[in-house]
Design a binder for this molecule. Structure first.
Ligand code: ADP
Ligand code: MG
Length: 679
């Protein structure tokens, strides 16, 4: 019997291997076919020739034409990696870098991280064998610090150039400079839209290589009146399409993870209630912090007879192409970081998109067949309210981090740096002032020793300063945990709709009386105490994936602390020290309790509120420090911790004067008063 069984097993095994082989062959076939069907394919040879002939080339082609996934492979096949040098390709978004690298590894039939890899902040998935490397633009910006001539690359592709992120804009100036003393380095600037001429002008009249796109017509529909709640309106539209329109996948543009999760829940809820009355609807989210196994799901083909709906941030606008989208729902908003150079305040807010964005979004419906785009705003709003183009990031965000990196690269004269579009003068000056106040620059505007150490961290200068300050306050262990948790903050607490009360109770159990930074530290330490348990996360309504990421980030930060020679020491029993270290980094973000239940920022007297999720929401201490501002219905401070005003004179004596901080009481408001005031 054993024998027979073994035979049977053997037979099964063989059969299985055969099946796997043919399964694999099937994938191979489709991959080969897909590659050949992409608009860029017929231009393979002429593109390679153009790259051989010109040092700098601007490549323009519609989204989905194969620029990002194919061109690096063509270059690799054409021998551009023979001498052991790499092909680099930058992406503005981390999800795009990861997902595209995974796709290309699959197309080349290699393991991700070997010949094809990616590198994003806090995560390097490359090896000595890597010849095609995708990375975020921020990562390349930092690579200049260790390799100012990009010696290990034979080709650098600045991809998605039209996105005009801050890092991409700065890279333009840096790579342009490099090509002058590295004649062997090829540079490609690749863009989806109409900016090609502008790029060509900037790069000394570099030739433009155009890849003609294929586009099917897209019918555009508008709502008759503005929608009060676009998430709800999106759900209704999805279900309407699903019930009345022929099969074909749907892509919906929302502004962020929370909104997407809400939408997923609403959809699941309503489709469950409709039950068998409707066809199968696969609901798939995509946003920046989505784990990679979930990201891969959006690319899986939709099963026959079913429909897929992808709920995405504007990452799906140009960075990622999902095949077979026929319907697009566009509520017309995106989340944007905005910086007010008059007040020095930076705030994340949901803003209307530009016409250019709206058209890109609509275009996603017409890649494989004629499509439909449902705009959840009026035709009038499109025509008269939307700006033509999105303002480049460099003209609207805080430049602290960028300026610090440039200074660390030895670029002292920023006013005359070769910008495609220069940042506003005030913003530049403000960044310099801020770095001076943080001690990163001296009064000549030169990098100090502290500044050099701060530049080692791939973070906001304020966070870097907080990390450095932990040395003085002997609490590096705690500060590193807090920094890691801040980097994943918004997604730590799990709050499913049907268990909100339980979830909120669980969250409150972590609250630290002095605020949210220490609350986050509590969460991290308790998770460590549970031996990094999944079960523990589950029981405490904590997102395991976020915690895992925080652990990775923490590990990286510990490595960087070693590089700047800060010992890891703990001050767990003394949270004053921990809060002082936080204050040493974030002394720009101070608000003082004022009449009427709200706060005023100290330097600019702006009205701000404590976020309802904060541990201090009902406490209302006199002085608080916040991590960030989020604008929704009001300007909210997120991640808030109580401090004492006199610490400000200790940590930032050149920024604060004691008369600004005069405050005889320096005590908490009576709790009852706080409560009634918060209503
Ligand atoms: P472009 O950069 O010109 O916008 P891409 O190279 O990103 O074009 O896309 C080319 C094709 O590769 C598209 O059909 C897209 O769907 C496919 N593709 C890209 N990433 C993945 C992935 N992770 N899985 C499956 N297909 C992908
Ligand atoms: Mg691309």
């Amino acid at each position: 019997i054993d024998f027979i069984q073994a035979l049977q097993l053997e037979g099964n095994k063989e059969k299985k291997e055969d099946e796997e082989k043919s399964e694999y062959q099937k994938i191979r076939m489709t991959i080969e076919e897909t590659k050949k069907s992409l608009p860029v394919f017929p231009f393979r040879d002429s593109l390679i020739e153009a790259i051989r002939n010109y040092q700098i080339l601007i490549v323009e082609g519609e989204t989905g034409s194969g620029k990002t996934t194919q061109i690096p492979q063509y270059l690799h096949e054409a021998g551009f990696t023979k001498d052991g040098k790499k092909i680099g390709c930058t992406q503005p978004r981390r999800v795009a870098a990861m997902s595209v690298a995974a796709r290309v590894a699959q197309e080349m039939n290699v393991k991700l991280g070997n010949e094809v890899g990616y590198s994003i902040r806090f995560e390097d998935c490359t090896s000595d064998r890597t010849v095609i490397k995708y990375m975020t633009d921020g990562t390349l910006h930092r690579e200049f610090l260790s390799e100012p001539d990009l010696a290990s690359y034979s080709v650098m592709i600045i991809d998605e150039a039209h996105e005009r992120t801050l890092h991409t804009d700065i890279l333009f100036g840096l790579v342009k400079d490099i090509t002058r003393f590295r004649p062997d380095l090829k540079l490609l600037i690749s863009s989806a839209t109409l900016d090609a001429e502008k790029f060509s002008n900037f790069f000394d009249e570099a030739p433009i290589f155009r890849i003609p796109g294929r586009r099917f017509p897209v019918d555009i529909y508008y709502t008759k009146a503005p929608e009060a709640d676009y998430v709800d309106a999106s759900v209704v539209s999805i279900l309407q399409i699903h019930a009345t329109q022929p099969l074909g996948d749907i892509l919906v543009f929302l502004t962020g993870q929370e909104e997407i999760e809400t939408c997923v829940e609403m959809l699941q809820d309503r489709t469950k209630r409709l039950g068998k009355k409707i066809k199968e609807l696969l609901i798939l989210p995509v946003y920046a912090n989505l784990p990679s196994d979930m990201q891969a799901k959006i690319f899986e083909p939709t099963p026959e007879g079913a429909r897929k709906v992808v709920l995405a941030t504007n990452i799906a606008e140009t960075s990622l192409t999902i095949d077979n989208i026929i319907y697009v729902i566009d509520p017309g908003f995106a989340k944007q970081n905005n910086f007010n150079s008059k007040t020095g305040m930076e705030s994340l807010m949901v803003v209307p998109i530009s016409k250019a964005s709206a058209n890109q979004r609509a275009g996603r419906a017409g890649r494989v067949a004629p499509g439909k785009c449902f705009r959840l705003y009026t035709a009038w709003a499109y025509k008269y309210e939307l700006e033509d183009n999105t303002v480049p990031e460099i003209q609207r965000i805080n430049l602290g981090n960028a300026v610090l990196t440039l200074k660390a690269l030895g670029i002292n004269d920023l006013i005359h740096f070769d910008f495609l579009d220069p940042p506003p003068h005030e913003t530049l000056v403000l960044a310099l002032e801020q770095l001076y106040a943080l001690g990163a620059l001296n009064h000549h505007g030169e990098l100090t020793k502290a500044g050099r150490r701060m530049a080692e961290f791939p973070t906001d200068p304020m966070l870097a300063k907080m990390l450095l300050a932990s040395e003085k306050y002997k609490c590096s262990e705690e500060i590193v945990s807090i920094a890691a948790m801040l980097s994943v903050n918004s997604s730590v607490f799990y709050r499913p709709k049907d268990k909100i009360i339980h979830a909120d109770t669980a969250r409150k159990n972590f609250f630290h009386r002095n605020g949210d930074h220490l609350t986050l530290m509590n969460v991290y330490n308790q998770w460590v105490g549970s031996d990094y348990s999944v079960q523990w996360c589950y029981e405490n309504f904590i997102q395991y994936r976020s915690m895992k990421r925080a652990r990775d980030v923490r590990e990286q930060l510990v490595g960087l602390m070693e590089r700047v020679e800060i010992d890891m020491v703990s001050s767990i029993s003394d949270d004053t020290n921990i809060r002082k270290a936080i204050t040493a980094g974030y002394f720009y973000h101070i608000a003082k309790f004022s009449k009427g239940g709200h706060y005023k920022t100290v330097k600019h007297n702006q009205t701000v509120m404590i976020h309802p999720n904060s541990a201090l929401f009902e406490e209302l201490p006199r002085w608080v420090i916040y991590h960030e501002l989020v604008f929704t219905s009001k300007e909210f401070m997120r991640q808030v911790t109580e401090i004492e005003s006199k610490w400000l004179l200790e940590v930032a004596p050149h920024y604060y004067k004691s008369n600004e901080l005069e405050d005889s009481t320096n005590k908490k408001m009576p709790k009852t008063l706080g409560k009634s005031a918060s209503k």
